[in-house]
Structures are given as C-alpha cells and as structure tokens.
Design a protein around this ligand. Sequence first.
Ligand code: GLV
Ligand code: MN
Ligand code: MN
Length: 424
Amino acid sequence: MDDAAKKTATPDSPGWDVVDLLGEIADIGRDSVRGGYSRHVFEPAELALREWFTGRAEALGLDVELDRNGNIWAHWGARGSGTIALGSHLDSVPGGGAFDGPLGVASALSAVARLRAQGVMPARPVAVVAFAEEEGSRFGVACLGSKLMAGAIDPAKAVKLTDAAGVTFGEAAAAAGLDTGELGRDGERLASLAAFVELHVEQGRGLADMGAPVAVAASILAHGRWRLRFSGEGNHAGATAMRDRRDPVVAAAAAVLAARDIAARHDDPSHGTHGRATVGRLIPVPGGSNVIASRVDAWLDVRGDSDASTRALLAEIIDAIRDRAASYGCHVEVAEESYSGPVAFDADLRTRLASTLGGPPLLATGAGHDAGVLADILPTAMLFVRNPTGVSHSPLETASDDDCRAGVDALATVLRELLGQRTR
Ligand code: GLV
Ligand code: MN
Ligand code: MN
C-alpha cells in the first residue's frame, strides 16, 4: 500500500484492518532457530516494530510521543485529563507467537481508525500505547515500562538490570534515546488517564471450549520470578567418580522436579485453586558436554491466587530446592527478581464493558499484563480473543482472522461507549 492510501482511514479500508496490520509486521523478528518471534526490547526487531507503530499512528493522524520510560503513546486529540487509553506491547518472549502483544496494539489502531472514519469527534482524549519490555525477556522484569511509569519499580534498580550480554537497561534505554535520569513514576500521565483497556489473545482454552470469540477479563494470578544459583564443583566428566561429584546440574534437575511436584499438589483449577511453578531457563556454567558444571543459573516462575498462597507455595518449593541441592553436595542462592500481586479488574468498568458487549464470557487468567500493573492506580479492563490452540508463549499461539476482527469490533464498541458516543 502506498503512503497516500495508508493515510485514508475508512472502516473498510484494508489498510486499517487488524489482519492486514498484523500482516505488515509478520516478517519482523522471526526466530529461525526457535521458531516464532524473538522481539526483545530495544533490539533491532523491536525497534523496527516501534518504527512501524509510529508510522502507522502518524498515518492515522495521531500525535506520537515516546514517554520517559520507553513506552510509546499515540494521541488522538488534545492530551490531558480523562484520557481513554488502549493498547498492549510489541515485544515477545524468545520464540513467541505473533499475537501476544501486537494483536492488542494493532486492534487499538484499527478501532481508532474505525471511529475516525465514522466521524466520531472524541469528547475526551484517546491514546494508543505500546508498552516497553512487557515480557521481561531481555532484562528479566516483566512489564518494566508500565512498572516504571506506575512507580512500581525503583528506577535505580531498573537501570542496573542486565541482559544476557551484560548490557544494562540503562545503557539500552540511553541508546534508544531515553534520558535515564528521567526514568520512573510518571505522575502527570497517570493522573491524565481515566481508563486503560488492553485487548489480548487468550492464553488458554477458555473461549475455545465455550465457543465464543471474545471475553472480558476478570482477574490475574499473583506471579513472580526468582533467580536460583546452584553452586557445586566443576570437574572432569570421565575422571571424577560418581560418588565424588558435586554436580549443580543434578541439583537443578532435582529442584525442577520438586517444584513441579509441589505446585501440582496446589493446582486444582476445576475447584478454582491455582499454584503454578515453572523453570524455563537454565544456564550451566561453563556448559561443556564433557565437563561437570561448577554452577547453574535457573529462573523459577511461581504463580498463585493470592499473595499468601503464592508466598507459601514459593516457601515450600525453596525449602525443597535447598534440601535437594544439599543432598547433591551443592549450595543454592535465591534472589527475587520481580513480584506482582493478584489483580481483580475494576468491577464497574468490567460490568460496563460486559453490558456494552451483550454479556460475553468473563475469564480469569494466569498471565501477567500491563493492564494488571495499572489496575492498582486507575480503572483498567481487558478483552481476550479466542485462541483455538489454547497455547501461548509459543509459535503455536494463534487466533483466526474472523476472531481478530471480532476483537476489534468489541474494542471499537467499548471505545465508543467510554467516549459517550452511541454505537451506530
Ligand atoms: C507474561 O506474559 C507473563 O505472564 O509472564
Ligand atoms: Mn506474554
Ligand atoms: Mn502479552
């Protein structure tokens, strides 16, 4: 599509159809090794997505602004109090799917384009936002952009977070044009926001099982990440008798199994009880196939219904991990990298969305979101779009074209309602 065509926002214009918008970025950040997409904050693929977002928002006549924390805002109308914000994130987990994040951003652009084309003159400011480092895939803390904005993380701690290559968040942020002295709580912006609505692909099979395309979110599990450092004794794979070893890989393996078994005893979703534990990243040092490692770094993700149940589950797992490590002659250090309490989305906003949309299903989720971070400060809500595989954080994550469009229909309807405009 040429630039002139891109600038024309009509409801049926293929340029603003969410499926077309996602198609425009389908080749950005593909991961040829893992499959799917690896789009990590301030790396080339994510920077290309930022450029795409900026270009598309400007083509829609929006006024684009990079905030002090690396989040991009595209404003429709004057900025100021009473802003209705829509959006999500552009970054991904390593080898993630095409929808987690970008579906929400593209749907927000599409919904705004539709209202513009319908001649809606918003009575209050509207903004589309793309939050930075939602997955925490590069610097380890999920929802880093929204947490900084909300004042939920100390900027002095954030600037020191390092990626796998030893680059700090402060260095990466500065290279992306941010003033690291300005990172942190953005009180004026927070005060200007009346509501935030994030549309997201569902990360489970709830809607597929119910046969419905769109849901309103009810809640998010408490969740956090802990770094486990197992220390043992590096040695020779052939020359060291089995009884003489202090192998941290064995200690880590036993710890992973213990975490799985303990969480499984606490996880009973059919009775509304959730306890989840995952180790998805392990790094043995030095990592040679004929070398007993001296150290293993591993990351433990634990989730639960409440602060108390999540902390209790974590404590039980950590006790077991220490015990397993000791039984293999190893030592383990545990460090909390991030923690977010449970979220119940704003009841009034949720009810308003549900009634505007004719009573769609209400779904709880175990996945974290920027909307969950902001829920502590302002009314936030989420819409979920059916994912037939129920799989997410994987290349198998999916959503049909029709359901993506149904998501935009719902988001545009919600936006009109929040703007006090009657739906045509
Ligand atoms: C983010 O998607 C998370 O739940 O970890
Ligand atoms: Mn995700
Ligand atoms: Mn997401």
